[in-house]
Design a protein around this ligand. Structure first.
Ligand code: VGL
Ligand code: ZN
Length: 211
């Protein structure tokens, strides 16, 4: 059964940036393998929105900014638990650039996120304080856009949180599983799929759309 994509559906392409691709500082294994698939999927959509992880060098999510801490340790911050990451997607660095292999000239909006020094932002909708909005809900609503299809990196962080917040904002949300790639530290991938299933995020494969 092939899903029919309509003119109000939106493809959200999450964080396909060099630091999350092989050779990058927070690389997803085989992360580049999903790019041709994302390009093919994008051809089916009138509306494509991209997100871009975009941190200042002194960002609170970087282990390097917490003396004595190492990447992948978890610390408590005022807004909750925070995984500490290797430095990544520092604004204006090469690692922060969207992959030049993306072929989505019709992409309509790039949402940058994580640019406040003291708050991380996995989700394209709101920051990790669960309060500060990016504006994406307003953009989609104002344009009358509807079902959301989410692809990109990483399944267990920015894809998952974007999908969950999309549902929380009242949208019908589907993750296209084989067009995502995971970091998968400490069981994060299984947890993300469980959270998404519980929230009502749908899960399909690209063949369900491409035929
Ligand atoms: C991401 C960890 C830190 C992601 C971003 O794009 O999934 N993960 N920053
Ligand atoms: Zn980040």
């Amino acid at each position: 059964m092939t899903l029919t994509i309509t003119p109000t559906d939106v493809l959200i392409v999450v964080d396909v940036q060099y630091d999350f691709l092989p050779g990058g500082s927070l690389a997803v294994v085989d992360g580049d393998a999903i790019i041709p698939l994302i390009n093919r999927l994008a051809q089916k959509f009138t509306n494509v929105v991209l997100t871009q992880d975009w941190h200042p060098a002194d960002h609170i999510s970087f282990a390097s900014n917490h003396p004595g801490r190492a990447p992948f340790e978890v610390i408590d911050l005022p807004y909750g638990q925070q995984v500490l990451w290797p430095d990544h997607c520092v604004w204006d660095s090469e690692g922060a650039e969207l992959s030049a292999d993306l072929a989505i000239p019709h992409g309509q909006l790039i949402i940058r996120k994580g640019y406040h020094q003291s708050v991380d932002s996995y989700s394209g909708f709101q920051e990790a304080d669960r309060h500060t909005r990016t504006g994406l809900t307003g953009y989609l609503r104002e344009r009358g856009l509807g079902r959301l299809f989410v692809v990109g990196l990483a399944t267990d962080y920015c894809v998952g949180w974007t999908a969950l917040d999309g549902v929380a904002a009242g949208f019908d949300v589907t993750v296209i599983e084989d067009a995502t790639g995971a970091i998968d530290n400490a069981g994060s991938l299984a947890r993300a799929w469980a959270d998404m299933a519980e929230a009502g995020v749908k899960r399909v494969m690209s063949k369900d759309i491409l035929g």
